[in-house]
Write a protein of this length. Structure first.
Length: 131
């Protein structure tokens, strides 16, 4: 009888540990999804002192092109997310503008040469008609 209780207890402990591991993975995935959502919102809504946003810059550089925004967590601990803005122009090869978002900063950093150009274009004031 002691052996049966011992085996049952071991099985219970293994199942409990397995359940805890599944819960931790699930909760981490939910945190990561929230971080990606926040980073995408930051990248798309940040308005520079010039008044421009990244979607404004991409629309001006690639009129009529579709832009697919996506994100991936690069550091869960520091809440860093890589955001990609994949531009599919009507003609020519697709371009990938990459940005590293620090959610805690909050700050946006370029992650490739296209990202450098896009963030640099935020600083250029918009041309005004009649002025």
């Amino acid at each position: 009888m002691t052996r049966l209780v011992s085996t049952t207890q071991k099985a219970f402990m293994v199942l409990t540990a397995l359940s805890a591991a599944v819960c931790v993975v699930y909760v981490q995935q939910r945190f990561d999804a929230a971080d990606v959502k926040a980073a995408l919102e930051m990248a798309q809504s940040y308005r520079a002192p010039s008044g421009k946003t990244l979607p404004d810059v991409l629309a001006a550089r690639h009129p009529g092109a579709s832009v697919d925004w996506s994100g991936a967590v690069t550091s869960s601990c520091f809440q860093h997310v890589r955001v990609d803005a994949k531009v599919a122009p009507r003609e020519g090869a697709p371009l990938d503008y990459q940005f590293d978002i620090d959610i805690n900063g909050p700050s946006i950093h370029p992650a490739n040469p296209q990202g450098v150009e896009a963030l640099g274009a935020l600083d250029v004031p918009e041309a005004r008609d009649g002025g």
